[in-house]
Design a protein around this ligand. Structure first.
Ligand code: DC
Length: 372
């Protein structure tokens, strides 16, 4: 089944976490990530190296419009095919970007390149005008925001205990100045699209923000998961041979023992082959389709699966949801998923912590009725 590509466009002020969040959203969903700011940075490096008169707006536009700016497979930005590495993020470049960002001729060319990069593809992109100019028809638009104080706190925390680190107040004042410039330039000004979701991230972990955005994306396009195929099968209470025990627990009163496990891909379940499981013969926990990044669980009681739940997942992460009991299911020894490793989960310590539970709840909220 072919569908329109799903574009997730994210704008917001500097320091709101757009880049980290958008990159991870794209990675989790297996779609293209486009960092539009890197292109403004690359153009600025070019101007600098070519010795263009920084006060000649026409010469700047003429130079930038001749440039090809693209990305290599590692995400490094290329100027006329040459990788610029981390040089694009140096303070002297950052201080000069406004010469490109405020120049209508430069913006027109960069927007053309950006639209060409995402055309016809599922993609997540971030910038200042991603929702308003580059992709005004994006399937999901998010305005990612945080108060200047929160953004300053995050930035100062990155510096750690350095003696000459500026104060939160100083950084917040700089951030306000940059917001002012981003929001008030004549072209490509940062503004919230009327149909963008306003996501204020003060006090939220990056994981919770990422989960929220993925949940919104899947809500808008449930079939974002349409490429899901049964390359892994997760079952509850399975007594099938070949299944690996990964967790056990109890939900009923009096507590009854149960086990959860999964089977690995087998020649009978090849990529591209879809297997639908209404429920597994073992009982209460029913079948799952997943492609390392999506799971569909039919939860329910006894032999009556009730609620189909699709969870966009990190690669190789499985959650099993049962009322009152929260477990992360991790792979057999040696192949524990990256998420489990990052969160300190091991096979013998699989209780979800509060943060992970919040993330799971966010995913689940997509499939639960809206509060009226
Ligand atoms: O997101 P960033 O900090 O890498 O962006 C660098 C600069 O480029 C920033 O000052 C704003 C500008 N920019 C822009 O004007 N439009 C975009 N779509 C992305 C960035």
């Amino acid at each position: 089944m072919s569908q329109n590509p799903m574009i997730i466009a994210i704008d917001g002020p500097a320091g709101a976490g757009k880049s980290t969040v958008t990159r991870q959203v794209a990675k989790t969903l297996g779609i293209l990530f486009l960092d539009t700011g890197a292109m403004y940075r690359a153009a600025t490096v070019g101007l600098y190296d070519a010795g263009i008169n920084p006060d000649d707006a026409e010469a700047i536009a003429a130079y930038v419009c001749e440039r090809d700016i693209s990305f290599d497979s590692t995400g490094q930005v290329l100027l006329d095919g040459v990788g610029l590495g981390e040089r694009i993020r140096t303070p002297e470049i950052t201080a000069e970007i406004w010469r490109v960002a405020n120049n209508p001729g430069c913006r027109g060319h960069l927007v053309d390149l950006q639209q060409a990069i995402v055309r016809g593809r599922d993609a997540a992109l971030e910038g200042r005008d991603a929702t308003t100019v580059i992709c005004p028809n994006a399937g999901l638009k998010v305005y990612l925001d945080a108060s200047p104080e929160e953004r300053a706190r995050r930035r100062v925390a990155e510096w750690g205990d350095m003696d000459d680190a500026p104060s939160i107040e100083q950084v917040a004042a700089d951030i306000r100045k940059r917001d002012e410039s981003d929001m008030n330039r004549e072209v490509g000004a940062l503004q919230q699209a009327p149909d963008a979701v306003h996501c204020i991230t003060d006090g939220m972990s990056p994981q919770a923000v990422i989960a929220k955005i993925i949940a919104w994306a899947v809500k808008r396009r449930p079939l974002l998961l349409d490429s899901v195929y049964a390359d892994q099968l997760l079952v509850g209470r399975s007594r099938e041979p070949g299944y690996v025990k990964v967790a056990q627990g109890s939900v009923s009163n009096p507590p009854a023992p149960w086990q959860l496990g999964f089977t690995n891909p087998t020649p009978q379940r090849l990529p591209g082959q879809v297997t639908h499981y209404a429920r597994n013969a073992g009982g209460r926990q029913a079948g799952v389709l997943c492609q390392g990044r999506a799971v569909i669980v039919l939860a329910g009681t006894e032999d009556t699966p009730t609620l189909p739940i699709a969870l966009p997942m990190l690669p190789q992460t499985w959650y099993v949801i049962e009322e009152g009991v929260w477990h992360a299911v991790v792979q057999e020894s040696g192949t524990i998923c990256a998420w489990a490793e990052a969160s300190g989960l091991t096979e013998d310590a699989y209780e979800l912590d509060d943060c992970a539970r919040e993330v799971v709840n966010t995913y689940l909220s997509v499939y639960q009725p809206e509060d009226s």
